[in-house]
Design a binder for this molecule. Structure first.
Ligand code: NAP
Length: 637
């Protein structure tokens, strides 16, 4: 396992820099040079990167060579002092760099650059207070439910603030989804350097982290930060109940052996994730099938697919990873596609980071921060206009605005290129809904190559019926030894199956019905001192970054605890009117976006067509609203 990076203190000689210069991503090198030398003349218009190519520049080789040479010339004299370089660029330079990178002054850029540019070894958003200093006599304590990406982060913030806490985890290790999903070729489709806590960077081997490596990273993070001693593994929280007499939550837990325990906590942080309850479709005859039926999140590693006849149901992000691996060894793979996924060309999806580039990331001071900045900023400023309905366009079921249509054309071209001269296949793989109505999946050509294999058949419809030996497609019987379900998760069933009873015994799931909603994805009226991480409406399609959103939620949660502690309050309960106003805004904004407009199936929508998953506004809006708790939003008591 790679060790989480500590500090960059290595001396870099001119010769070493010259030797690795070719591997440097030019945008990162240019911004680093401007920062270190103070010479912003390198932020030239003709050296501005193509946003779609980042972290590469997308410039021609000659222009890149000129940029590299000039950066080297300017940077070389500063190398001997690299360990003393200022770690944070001035506000003026940040603005200049953000504007240069994005190609125009972007309203979001400055605010975002403060959180985007995280120099090595710094954690600017950690709490700057300690519970025993601000409230020595308080009885505050917390339980975090879940030890995935969000639960570990919540745990760290509680630890930093000196709030006593436990993390209760149903599995026997940390990692959440990255512990549970072990299907072949499972990896993130978010670039590794932003699928990492901003303040704990890592020496990733690949551009897109593999499941085992991400799990390793999270385990190391927990170990390095002393979180493992707070873990209660193999234990599920079955119920949690607010006691008005004691202003605390009572949590009922159960181990796999059925052993129960009751825990009291003044604060509950639910970090149970969205993608952990497999959705098993209720297909006719599914129970009659004699062979194994395996969901992607419950992979059965004892099955050898060599020479097997396999049916795959679903063509989402999971199936697009496991089906190609299975197709390499199976005799026959039949893939049932209900709707085709949009694919984004991502040639480095399965590639390792070149040695020279890794060397720079690990040795040249601040290069990593600029590398990350060049990925993070465009992603978080995002492209919400391309997912926004323009009533005058006029919107249709295939595109909703000029920007959305431009994106549709770009993605369609990629699919056509992939299909080549196979017109039938082209028809099957081009989606009939607007891009960004559901997740756009990163692709390096593997998917269509798989579909073109002799032993693979793509069927553009759902499964009619299953019997003992296979699947029916109209009158045709397709024999199967194994059925693989890439059918996703019950993402809209937030917090199930745990029961949550708030003030007066109010049941959370009855309150929600199927319309889960929480203020900023975090709090709800009637459920004091209860905070969600990765709660309703905190996902993004093409306008954010999951880990960044989690970091925002952790800032909000820990600021709320500070509010309780400094005011000597026992409870904070969201005001009904604040929640109602917020909820109205989210519903109205969601309806303007592709995922709220389109009638296509997706886990972004619940059974009644409400989007409980996506944040419908710019990421900056979320960042600003979660930076600090507005005490006037709450009834404090
Ligand atoms: P998903 O995106 O919800 O895809 C489920 C697939 O199953 C869809 O193709 C869906 O068709 C199909 N399906 C569902 N019920 C069906 C039924 N009854 N009959 C026929 N087809 C059915 O699930 P997923 O692929 O597991 O991905 C879920 C999410 O997990 C992703 O969006 C992503 O956020 C995350 N994930 C990420 C990665 C990554 O980072 N690379 C990898 C895996 C998962 P419709 O589209 O028509 O509904």
């Amino acid at each position: 396992m790679n060790k989480t990076l500590d500090r960059t203190t290595t001396q870099v000689s001119e010769e070493e820099l010259a030797a690795h210069l070719e591997s440097a991503q030019v945008p990162a090198l240019i911004m680093l040079t401007a920062h270190v030398t103070g010479d912003a003349s390198v932020l030239r218009d003709d050296w501005r990167p193509n946003l779609r190519a980042l972290p590469s520049s997308g410039l021609d080789a000659e222009t890149e060579a000129a940029a590299r040479a000039r950066c080297f010339e300017l940077l070389a004299p500063f190398l001997p002092t690299q360990n003393t370089w200022d770690s944070v660029p001035s506000e003026e330079l940040r603005l200049a760099m953000s504007t240069w990178l994005m190609g125009a002054p972007v309203e979001d850029a400055l605010a975002m650059s403060e959180v985007a540019f995280i120099p090595n070894n710094t954690d600017p958003r950690q709490p700057e207070w300690k519970l025993d200093e601000i409230a020595p006599d308080t009885a505050l304590n917390a339980v975090v439910i879940g030890a995935g990406f969000s639960g570990l982060l919540a745990g760290l913030r509680l630890k930093q603030a000196g709030v006593p806490f436990k993390i209760i985890e149903k599995s026997h290790d940390v990692g959440g989804t990255w512990w549970e999903n072990t299907y072949p070729d499972c990896r993130t489709d978010v670039r590794s350097h932003i699928y990492t806590y901003s303040f704990t960077q890592h020496d990733w081997e690949t551009h897109f982290g593999r499941q085992d490596k991400i799990h390793g990273y999270l385990h190391q993070f927990a170990a390095d930060n002393g979180l493992l001693e707070h873990m209660v593994y193999g234990t599920e929280v079955t119920a949690t109940r607010w006691n008005e007499d004691t202003n605390s939550w009572t949590l009922e837990t159960k181990t796999a052996q059925g052993v129960g325990e009751t825990i009291e906590a003044t604060v509950v942080v639910s970090a149970v994730g969205q993608l952990n309850r497999p959705s098993i479709p209720n297909l006719e005859g599914i129970d009659s099938f004699k062979g194994p039926i395996v969901h992607s999140a419950q992979w059965d590693h004892s099955i050898d697919f060599t020479g097997k006849k396999v049916v795959v149901v679903g063509t989402g992000a999971s199936a697009l990873q496991f089906a190609p691996a299975v197709a390499k060894v199976a005799e026959q793979v039949t893939i049932f596609q209900r709707s085709a996924p949009w694919l984004r060309s991502t040639p480095v999806l399965r590639q390792e980071i070149a040695d020279g580039e890794r060397w720079l990331l690990n040795n040249l001071n601040q290069y990593r921060a600029y590398y990350r900045f060049s990925i993070f900023l465009p992603r978080v400023v995002g492209n919400l206009p391309a997912a926004t309905v323009d009533p005058s366009f006029p919107p249709t079921e295939v595109s909703v605005s000029a920007a959305n249509e431009a994106l549709r054309k770009e993605l369609t071209e990629y699919l056509l290129e992939q299909a080549g001269d196979d017109a039938e296949l082209a028809k099957q793989i081009i989606p009939n809904y607007p891009p960004a109505a559901k997740r756009i999946i990163c692709d390096d050509g593997t998917w269509v190559k798989t579909l073109k294999r002799e032993n693979v058949r793509l069927v553009s419809q759902g499964v009619n019926r299953i019997d003992e030996t296979g699947v029916w497609l109209g009158d045709e019987h397709i024999e199967a030894d194994v059925i693989l379900l890439g059918t996703g998760f019950k993402a809209s069933d937030f917090l199930l199956p745990m029961s949550v009873a708030g003030i007066g015994g109010k049941d959370l799931h009855e309150t929600w019905g199927i319309d889960a909603s929480a203020y900023l994805g975090s709090t709800l009226p009637g459920f004091p001192n209860f905070f969600c991480m990765y709660g309703p409406n905190t996902n993004t399609v093409i306008h954010g970054n999951l880990v960044f959103f989690l970091e925002c939620q952790a800032v909000y949660m820990i600021d709320a605890i500070k509010t309780l502690a400094t005011g000597g309050y026992k409870s904070m309960n969201l005001r009904d009117d604040v929640f109602a106003e917020y909820d109205k805004e989210i519903v109205a904004e969601s309806a303007k976006r592709t995922w709220g407009w389109s009638k296509t199936h997706s886990w972004y929508m619940n059974a009644e067509g409400r989007s409980t998953i996506m944040w419908p506004l710019p990421a900056r809006n979320y960042f600003e609203r979660t930076t600090q708790v507005r005490t006037e939003d709450y009834k404090l008591g």
